[in-house]
Design a binder for this molecule. Structure first.
Ligand code: GBH
Length: 445
């Protein structure tokens, strides 16, 4: 069977600033919440942090040369807010800004489309000291930061992404305390969610009113929810999880409302108190595309003992080294769910990929597992396209091995292997395979 993609289908790769750049104190970068969090004992695997990471900050030209060699059409990176301002707010750090100007220029010189995320979790610590996302003051600082980036690169960046995975950094950072800033507080979480949504909406409005020619959107981490059984209570449980993790972040932006399940919950009252008259209209200012990060599905079962009466059931069978189930058809199902519930907005897979135990053998990495993972997910995406889904591009996570947050450096998601001692880059077999897929624009099975 041959799966042919459209000639304009945008094949890319993705990374994020704190995970790859290193150079944590170079050229005036100020500390972020991830510097603080990772350097607080007990928070990350073996205390790993992003001080050096892949040293991409100093090696970006070498990295772009690799992208070029592989024929990658789009490169999704994120901008480090702590590099842009000396005080996290208004005092511009020219050197930090220059790095992103140089990066974008180098990409364009090599015919690679720059895709920029404004916020991939590295908040300036100085803003966290004032409450971070739970303090509404942050909205104006974010919008100002965005305006500086738009002024510098507004028309050069092909797609702007306001936030990466709002659900993940807000729940893991403010509710479960396992990501920076390590808070566990439902009230602060709800405030932070709403402030992030407002910051997103205000930024989209600004971008649109300034008439830049390119696109703006947001990236959400989404997972289709499967009831554990055909029993009514499991079906309701799956819907509840869907409300918490998917619709809580999709609906405000694409429908201008929060899900009923959330608002009707006792804590929904806190949310209702926070929402002001025009907020939902600001938040739902139309975006040009939706970015989707897909890693796995969720299987949900009713459970009386849990706070919200449900829990996620780990599945037997094939898993990546993160312990996540390999479930390619979930991507097709998810894409159709978006189409059915939110219409025909252009979609991009802004992340999909897998960590495996890569072994370096005679200078090579034969990562057949990763090739199989990607191949099956590409096919699943193609099936969705054939079913009428408006999917226009696919960015693999990740271009290179990197700092996997609380998991440190042991989990390797890259198409490119990083020797963390020498910072040498080695293309894995998956990189070469992906390069061939892009060249052919089809997959054969
Ligand atoms: C993304 O987060 C991040 O954007 C990126 O920075 C990160 O490096 C990358 O993915 C890899 O982790 O246990 O099977 O139910 C991903 C967020 C949240 C996705 C938890 C998978 C659990 C899957 N992840 N989720 S499962």
């Amino acid at each position: 069977m041959k799966y042919q993609f459209d000639k304009d289908f945008l094949w890319g790769v993705a990374t994020a600033s704190y995970q790859i750049e290193g150079a944590y104190d170079q050229d005036g970068r100020i500390p972020s919440i991830w510097d603080t969090f990772s350097k607080t004992p007990g928070n990350t695997y073996m205390g790993h942090n992003g001080d050096e990471a892949c040293d991409h900050y100093n090696k970006f030209k070498e990295d772009i040369a690799l992208l070029k060699k592989l024929g990658i059409k789009a490169y999704r990176f994120s901008i480090s807010w702590p590099r842009i301002f000396k005080d996290g707010k208004y005092k511009l750090n020219e050197k930090g800004l220059k790095f992103y100007k140089d990066l974008v220029e180098e990409l364009k010189k090599n015919d690679i489309k720059p895709i920029a995320t404004l916020y991939h979790w590295d908040l300036p610590q100085i803003l966290q000291d004032e409450g971070g996302w739970s303090n509404p003051e942050i909205i104006k600082y974010f919008v100002h930061y965005a305006s500086v980036m738009f002024n510098a690169l507004g028309d050069d960046v092909e797609q702007w992404i306001t936030f990466n995975e709002t659900s993940v950094f807000l729940y893991l950072g403010y509710l479960y305390g396992i990501h920076a800033p390590g808070i566990k507080n439902l009230d602060l979480t709800l405030k932070a969610i709403h402030n992030v949504h407002l910051a997103h909406g205000e930024t989209v409005k600004l971008f649109k009113n300034s008439n830049y020619k390119n696109q703006i959107g947001i990236t959400l981490n989404l997972s289709p929810n499967y009831p554990y059984s055909v029993e009514e209570k499991d079906i309701i449980a799956a819907k509840t999880n869907d409300a918490f993790w998917n619709r809580m972040f999709l609906d405000p932006i694409l429908k201008g409302s929060y899900p009923e399940e959330i608002l009707n919950n006792p804590f929904g009252n806190t949310l209702k108190e926070i929402i002001k008259d025009d907020d939902m209209e600001i938040i739902s200012h139309p975006i040009d595309f939706l970015g989707i990060n897909y890693y796995s599905r969720s299987v949900i079962k009713h459970d009386e003992n849990e706070t919200f009466k449900y829990k996620s059931i780990p599945q037997d069978g094939e898993k990546t080294s993160m312990g996540w189930e390999v479930y390619p058809d979930g991507l097709r199902v998810l894409l159709n769910y978006i189409k059915e519930n939110y219409g025909n907005i252009p979609l991009y897979i802004t992340e999909n990929g897998a960590a495996y135990e890569d072994k370096l053998e005679n200078g090579k990495i034969h990562d057949i597992d990763r090739i199989n993972y990607l191949k099956r997910h590409f096919i699943s995406a193609k099936k969705a396209i054939d079913e009428g889904v408006n999917l226009k591009g696919y960015y693999v996570w990740s271009f290179m091995d990197n700092y996997e947050w609380a998991e440190g450096y042991v989990k390797r998601f890259g198409l490119t292997y990083i020797d963390y001692e020498t910072k040498q880059r080695i293309l894995k077999d998956s990189a070469k395979w992906y390069s061939q897929v892009i060249k052919n624009n089809f997959i054969e099975e």
